[in-house]
Ligand binder design. Structure first.
Ligand code: ADP
Ligand code: MG
Length: 586
């Protein structure tokens, strides 16, 4: 008998739990027959807690926490107004971490599974958006542990969707895109399926794009129609307006028109076209993500055999139309939009427990990982979209004589300058004292199957290792969103390149200038006056370019100085070997 592991879709708006039974994944319903549990937690001062629809039925906005997923692994300045300085959520039951709040949702799902299966549920596979970075994955894992669940695997949501799509297509060889639009997040991933192996080729998305945005747009535009100031409404009213917006949005997935109605305020017609107009900005963002996923995978839409749509918001007609347009094919709507991810998680759980065989799964890194090197540059060790688990390493040396310590700054992001990327961790490596350039320190990055990074640094001469698990390190994220990171890397590609060119040329100049100076002194009369003045002129140019801070200029002048000093270098070499005095003089 295989051991019991459940699959959990811990969604922003709703969550679900599934298990493999006789080779097939099934969703488990609660005592009311509901297979989806709203990701809402209600807290009372007494410490009483209610989860799901029971929580939503409680009144009082402050005491119900929703969308806690968007706070997982975040710092307070990334989600203004939602977290305390200590990274906690204020509830009537006290200040609680997002992990703690999520653990109540997981606990509820565990309870549903246990009463269904009539045995203890202690292990789970939990899904996260592909774009969740390290700290967010680690926080999700901790949430499971707080609920008393051993999290045997963190799985990316699109991969989970592809698993439930691909389960009965194990013999096919094809590439598919998974388009997942939920309540708060958007992901698009391209996977390759071959002989039961699933490999993620590329992934793109936006952690702040989903149905919630549409609800808000509808509600605020209705307020405008009724000549009301949205910000003037009290929070409880805003909730009512947003609830009505969601109801209307759902109707518009079935009908051409719907009526938006707020008792004692007014009512107004809304058409599908109106909704499409309101969603224009979001549709554009989705389109760009799709193109980027194709581009990153070096694919054309024609290379995809299917485009699978999942997530509650994939039911919206204009979203389906967008997918049809971008991928130039009919989207595949065969998967249940609300259930596919949990089912995929259950399949992964089944693979791990042995309940399902013949499937293998490979995931990728959403962003590049590297360390900061001299001149504040990003040195990538593991590029974005590398299949995990993986490891990669590089050798580094000391920049200063008799230095015995080196700071390793672990970075994540797509920018050329270290400071523009996110710092995942910072630690010191000690090594034996050596002259400049003589110490040898190997740095290795390892990403395990859960997407959690650990970094190893080894002093080669002593064999001493320093290992840190970045997954649990404090996260010092400069920018709040991965989407932003990737789009900025494109936007600033030109500036970044210029900055890198300058930094590299500057390092070279810093080495060259003092070397040239001392060579000039040593060469003495063996260097002709002409040569000497031309070298001095080139040297001046480098100094000027350094001052001006122009990379291209600096690079060119450094190259020129390098060339101009060729004879000088030859003279010094000859002098050093004594040949200069015996050879012909010219
Ligand atoms: P998450 O994974 O973020 O929890 P889901 O995939 O469960 O999200 O999707 C929830 C979102 O789907 C909500 O914004 C909800 O309003 C939206 N949704 C559900 N049904 C429909 C529908 N019929 N038409 C449009 N949107 C829908
Ligand atoms: Mg989801």
């Amino acid at each position: 008998m295989s051991e019991l592991i459940v699959g959990i879709d811990l969604g922003t708006t709703q969550s679900a739990v599934a298990v493999v039974d006789s080779g097939f994944p099934i969703l488990l319903a609660d005592e009311n027959g509901d297979r989806l549990t709203p990701s809402a937690v209600w807290f009372a001062e007494s410490g009483e807690v209610e989860v799901g629809s029971k929580a939503l039925r409680r009144s009082g906005v402050e005491s119900v926490v929703t969308s806690v997923k968007s706070l997982m692994g975040r710092r307070c300045d990334e989600v203004p107004g939602r977290l305390t300085d200590a990274g906690k959520v204020v509830t009537p039951a006290g200040e609680l971490s997002p992990e703690k709040i999520s653990s109540f949702i997981l606990g509820r799902l565990q309870e549903i599974a246990q009463s269904h299966l009539e045995k203890p549920v202690l292990k789970a596979v939990i899904t996260v958006p592909a774009y969740f970075h390290d700290a967010q994955r680690a926080a999700t894992k901790r949430a499971g542990e707080l609920a008393g669940l051993e999290v045997v695997r963190i799985l990316s949501e699109p991969t989970a969707a592809a698993l439930s799509f691909g389960l009965d297509r194990l013999n096919e060889h094809s590439k598919v895109a998974v388009f997942d639009l939920g309540g708060g997040t958007f992901d698009v991933s391209i996977l390759e399926m071959r002989d039961g192996v699933f490999e993620v080729i590329s992934t793109a998305g936006d952690t702040e794009l989903g149905g919630d945005n549409f609800d808000r747009s509808i509600a605020t535009s209705m307020a405008k129609r009724f000549d009301l100031d949205w910000n003037g409404l009290d929070p409880l009213d805003q909730v009512r307006w947003i609830d009505e917006a969601r109801r209307v949005k759902h109707s518009l997935s079935e009908a051409e028109n719907a009526t938006y109605r707020i008792p004692f305020v007014g009512e107004s017609e809304l058409s599908r076209l109106d909704l499409e107009e309101l969603m224009k900005g979001e549709l554009g963002r989705m389109e760009r993500c799709c193109h980027r996923a194709l581009q990153d995978g070096q694919l054309k839409s024609g290379d995809l055999s299917s485009v699978v749509m999942v997530g509650g918001s994939s039911r919206i007609p204009c979203v389906q139309a967008l997918v049809r347009k971008v991928f130039e094919q009919e989207p595949d709507l065969s998967q249940h939009p609300d259930e596919a991810i949990a089912k995929g998680a259950a399949i992964q759980a089944g693979i791990l427990s042995g309940a399902i065989q013949e499937v293998l799964l490979l995931d990728v890194t959403p962003l590049s990982l590297g360390i900061e090197t001299m001149g504040g540059l990003m040195n990538v060790l593991i590029p974005r979209n590398t299949t995990i688990p993986c490891k990669a390493g590089e050798m580094f040396t000391n920049a200063v004589d008799y230095q015995t310590q080196m700071q390793v700054k672990v970075l994540q992001g797509e920018r050329e300058l270290a400071a523009d990327n996110w710092t995942l961790g910072l630690f010191d490596v000690e090594f034996e004292s050596h002259r400049r350039g003589q110490a040898r320190v190997g740095v290795e990055f390892r990403i395990d199957a859960d997407g959690i990074l650990s970094v190893l640094a080894r002093d080669i001469s002593t064999g001493k290792d320093t290992i840190i698990e970045v997954g649990s390190a404090a996260v010092d994220v400069r920018e709040s969103r991965v989407e932003q990171m990737v789009s900025e890397s494109v936007e600033y590609a030109f500036e970044d390149m210029k900055a890198r060119v300058f930094e590299e040329a500057r390092l070279k100049a810093q080495e060259l200038l003092p070397a040239v100076q001392s060579a000039l002194e040593q060469a003495g009369e063996f260097l002709s006056q002409d040569e000497r003045s031309s070298i001095i002129e080139c040297k001046k140019e480098v100094e000027n370019a350094l001052e001006a801070g122009v990379g291209a200029l600096l690079k060119a002048s450094v190259e020129k100085l390098d060339e101009a000093t060729e004879t000088l270098a030859a003279i010094l070499v000859e002098r050093a070997t004594g040949e200069f005095f015996s050879g012909p003089q010219g």
